[in-house]
Design a protein around this ligand. Sequence first.
Ligand code: CAA
Length: 689
Amino acid sequence: MGNINASVDLRRDDGIAVVTVDNPPVNALKHEVRAGLVEGLRQARDDDAVKAVVIACAGRTFFAGADITEFGKPPQAPGLHDVIATIEAMQKPVVAALHGTALGGGFELALACHYRVAVAGARVGLPEVKLGLLPGAGGTQRLPRPIGPEKALKMIVTGEPIGAAAALADGIIDEIVEGELTTAAIAFARRVVAEERPLKLVRDREGKLSAEGFADAAETLTRRLRGRDAPAACVEAVRNAIILPFEEGLKREAELFRKLVAGDQSKAQRHIFFAEREAAKVPDMPEAAKPRPVTSGAVIGAGTMGGGIAMCFANAGIPVTIVETGRDLLQKGLDRVAANYRTTVSRGGLGADEMERRMGLITGVTELEAVASADVVIEAVFEEMGIKQRVFADLDRLARANALLATNTSTLDVDEIARATARPQEVLGMHFFSPANVMRLLEIVRGAETSFDALATAVALGRRLGKVPVTVGVCYGFVGNRMLARRSVETERLLLEGALPHEIDAAVVAFGFPMGPCAMMDLAGLDVGWRIRQGRGERALIEDALYQAGHYGQKTGKGYFRYDAGSRTPVPDAEVEAIILEGSARIGLNRRPIGEEEIVERMTLPMINEGARILEEGIATRPGDIDVIWVSGYGWPVWRGGPMYYADRLGLAHLCDRLTYYADRSRDVTLRPAPLLQRLAAEGRGFAS
Ligand code: CAA
């Protein structure tokens, strides 16, 4: 008894052995933990004074899963299967005491125990699919047994955890306990010591293993996940739970897991998992910089963006005031927010009472003076420098000292906006993506004078709002839109040279994006792009012609595509084709068929080249930050790991060759490989190095 190793402790409490694991921050099941667990269980088994065992974790959570950093390295015994086999071979009841998030291998370990008790706030889940994997420690075989294959499949394919109350109702856990968890788990263990033998295991419960509804559920859950290998493997494994004996199902699960964990998709998704966490860190942030508390917010502007940002606050439980200049505009904005919530309620994503609570956190006013009580003010007014500067001069006068003053600009110079105030150190960009209440990406734009405290406050607030914050520097379009602009130029060129919108979009969708560039511009509005080009003195032959013909996108039922009334499905449009052909003719280009491979290259390589320049200029800190921006904000397929990761897989020398080829052919010098790209390619290195 006592310390088994640095992570695992064993003590005896009057006949109950308590194995406590302490491996901060999330008790990942690394090798030392597994070895300690096996040893602790053996000692408990061999000690006649021990009648039952409790497995608990110190710190903020029960095991959050296998240690992801060990994947791809040679396995070290004992593996998680050995821990689980040791638990199931115990002739004394083993009770898992759950708090925080019991995820992946952690939840699978709990499912192997004879009993599970949890605090009310605990959550359990199998999120492996988000890492391009399936649960590999028996989860696909054990979970369907207590709750049935259909429900298990939903948890495994979505990767979403469920709360303790739902887990109790489904018979996944045995009791929700009150008071101190370990004490309550020990008391529970005492009650079950005398339970009949042999002890019951989850693996032996067969009653709910029916195929009813399974095929339909599988079809519904995987319909929109094309291109990804893991969801299909999850389906196969859970189906095996129905049709194969338990041990056979386990064997198949292990085979599927081994294949996925060694595959490119999971490697890419693991890269994104760590890159997301890394992106929140600002390398030169001093230890002393601390986020300031945020208890209330204000949003200037009740447009689509302002309303969406206000919803983010309300969803996170933070009271927020929307300020708009006129009563009518304000009411329209508040109505739009309410309508958005109602849609979520009608789809079952939110209870009606919860909607009321969230709406109750949003106050609309027409007096800017109301910002005086806010810890954070986010400006989301019309995208024009003069207007933004006037707003910031007013905020400077009215906002409390130390309030964070953020602009949601997507193109304008944050430093210039900051100069409208006498406190530029409090000013930064918080660039939300539309729809702001849905999209996870948040570019935090650090101005020349932004203080570390302000930056730390914005990052912490971003995480609280459920966003993926990435800190970037000031430049036109920041990281995401600056790279996107390269893709737009190339889209225009492809159209002029011979491709049609549906061909470009089909190639980009086949690559793994949820929609192609043309459908995306239709969604954003061609009038928006037109206004930006006007402001910058730029032209785009096809897009300008479409705009002039009244093709504003979905809002007018026609853009690059045609949209039937009430439908969002893009339909190829003969009128658009005529405009494109006319454009090609006007500049004397002989149109030619363009294959999918070329389209994909031209839709990705120029963007990666721009990404290299962005890194060189220090606008983005790490290549992984760019990957996170594209995966969480623009639909880059997560299983391809983001543009810079993808570039490394292609090989930078190959990339340089292809860019040079396109630069020569188009005589566009911006397509010449960026110096950083050339240097890394010459040294045989990748961005990750
Ligand atoms: N392995 C290794 N490190 C992990 C980890 C894991 N399973 N889970 C989290 N971490 C690390 C993070 O990288 C982060 O490290 P840094 O502080 O150095 O950046 C740190 O723990 C804290 O993580 P978060 O910032 O994400 O903390 P949070 O409080 O916001 O979230 C969490 C906690 C919900 C547990 C979240 O970390 C999470 O979802 N983790 C992954 C869970 C998971 O996918 N488990 C399945 C693993 S695969 C598996 O188990 C396979 C199998 O079937 C055997």
